[in-house]
Write a protein that binds this ligand. Structure first.
Ligand code: AMP
Ligand code: MG
Length: 483
């Protein structure tokens, strides 16, 4: 039996038709469940009994279109590694529609890997099992770590192979976001000088992620400012956790300020600001240390796209846009600084605190120390007896400075550190092991990894192994998009 009212709302489908192409998913041979994220389904007020049944499976595999909904592929462009590409768009994703949580916040729900669309170019519109599991685990981990992100609602296998370098099992992931509007979405319509579409995108984005701006005098400008601030906050969170996105192209940057399009992303093990993982990032454009600068570059591109609807006077529009972009550095710095101080237990900054925190990063770099574990370890130090504890860390000198500088540790709040410095991150070698097991039809590591990462700030002694950095032979040097 079908549920009585439509499963999804259709807010995006009500926008001007040039923003998307209506497209049904391509059915697959033999759908089977990997997972339904029941907690998220409930938060979005879905009928989980319905979704977890055969019809839910058919909907998440693209074999059935939910009653009353018509899926669509969104149009967008983008700068990929700095090069303009006017024709991107959802080549293997379909927006099913929207759903609201109990607070009334609406989210869009999208299939990825559901077959070709008019934007597929030479692609097959499909996704392989490995990247689907990777996105599922890492996006859910990011959420648990307190980072704004798209989330995973469901994953299914298609029962069909996808051809990459070898044949791999196919899968479809269903993801949820405040919206899937990207910087590249604005670029697409700016390039066509389509002000109607630009205005519609601004209004939609304001309605979704900045309702407080609904009656603003200059909606496009206020939306730009809001996006600049939310991106500054997002990138600060990435930096503070050692997360590297890997492909910060403008089509992979959400104007909702959420992490989106998990491809060759990874968390750093040992601290090195020059770390690059992505196999396609030959020049290190998207290295860890470049992320703030790249975000600002992308936001400049967004600003450029918005100029025609910021003000009719070009010079005036440019001046407004420049002011908005200039907000980035200060806001990023403030957020990063506060976050870094929290990582060393300091809630109220005093003179020299930030320099102290930076000197820890320097020493970690020299010692090739594990980023996550170093911060977790200092969170566990008993500052009354730092010499005993410090003996186990390569950071003895810094720890002594820290103690002296913080009034013998009295200004250090261990609880703050515990809630800021995770014990568990989705370590690359663990994610790879999990994928290898799943390729042998063993999903127990997927379930275990997900479960451990649901409470990343809680010590879980039986899962201690998940805190360990890779052995030299387990080290993952490169990550792949899997497209
Ligand atoms: P990505 O690198 O995943 O952000 O994708 C860049 C562009 O390529 C987007 O327009 C995607 O929709 C498209 N794309 C990626 N993989 C595929 C695929 N297997 N089939 C069709 N289009 C794809
Ligand atoms: Mg993308």
């Amino acid at each position: 039996m079908n549920s009585p009212k439509p499963l999804f709302g259709d807010q995006y489908a009500q926008l001007p038709p040039q923003l998307y192409v209506k497209q049904d998913a391509t059915p697959v041979a033999a759908p089977s469940w990997i997972k339904l994220n029941a907690g998220l389904a409930e938060a979005l007020q879905f009928d989980t009994d319905f979704l977890s049944g055969d019809e839910g499976l058919a909907i998440f595999a693209g074999n059935q279109t939910a009653k009353g909904t018509s899926p669509l592929a969104m149009a967008y462009s983008g700068h990929q590694f700095g090069h303009w590409n006017p024709k991107l768009g959802d080549g293997r994703a379909l927006l099913l529609g929207d759903a609201a949580d109990k607070s009334g916040q609406r989210f869009d729900v999208q299939l990825k890997g559901s077959g070709p669309t008019p934007f597929s170019r030479n692609g097959d519109g499909r996704a392989a099992l490995g990247p689907v599991l990777r996105e599922y685990v890492i996006s859910e981990a990011m959420h648990a770590l307190g980072v704004p992100t798209t989330r995973a609602l469901a994953a299914v296998q298609t029962g069909e192979p996808v051809r990459r370098e070898t044949a791999l099992p196919g899968a479809v992931i269903t993801r949820v976001a405040k919206s899937f509007v990207r910087v590249g979405t604005f670029q697409n319509f700016a390039a066509r000088d389509d002000k109607e579409a630009l205005r519609a995108l601004v209004d939609f984005s304001i309605q979704r992620h900045a309702p407080e701006l609904t009656d603003a005098d200059r909606p496009a400008l206020e939306f730009l400012k809001k996006t600049v601030l939310s991106q500054a906050e997002l990138i600060a969170k990435w930096q503070l956790l050692g997360f590297i996105h890997g492909v910060m192209n403008t089509d992979n940057m959400s104007v909702a300020g959420e992490t989106i399009d998990y491809g060759p992303c990874a968390f750093m093990d040992e601290y090195d600001p020059a770390t690059v993982f992505s196999s396609i990032d030959h020049h290190g454009r998207y290295a860890y240390q470049n992320q703030p600068r790249i975000a600002q570059w992308n936001l400049m591109v967004l600003a450029q796209s918005l100029l025609p609807i910021i003000d009719e006077d070009e010079d005036q529009a440019l001046a407004f846009a420049q002011d908005a972009i200039n907000l980035f550095s200060g806001h990023f710095e403030t957020q990063y600084r506060r976050g870094l101080l929290q990582k060393i237990g300091i809630a109220e900054e005093q003179n020299g605190d930030f320099e102290l925190a930076l000197s820890l990063l320097d020493q970690m770099k020299d010692a090739r120390a594990d980023f996550t574990n170093s911060f977790r370890a200092i969170s566990q130090l008993d500052l009354a007896h730092p010499e005993i504890a410090a003996a186990q860390l390569p950071l003895t000198e810094w720890i002594n400075n820290w103690r002296r500088h913080t009034d013998n540790g009295k200004r250090v709040d261990p609880t703050l550190m515990f809630n800021t410095n995770p014990a568990f991150i989705p370590r690359n070698h663990r994610v790879e092991n999990m994928i290898q097991a799943a390729l042998q039809d063993d999903f127990s590591l997927f379930e275990e990894l997900l479960s451990v990462l649901t409470t990343p700030f809680t010590d879980q002694p039986i899962h201690h192994a998940y805190t360990l950095p890779p052995d030299p032979d387990e080290r993952v040097h490169q990550t792949f998009c899997g497209t």
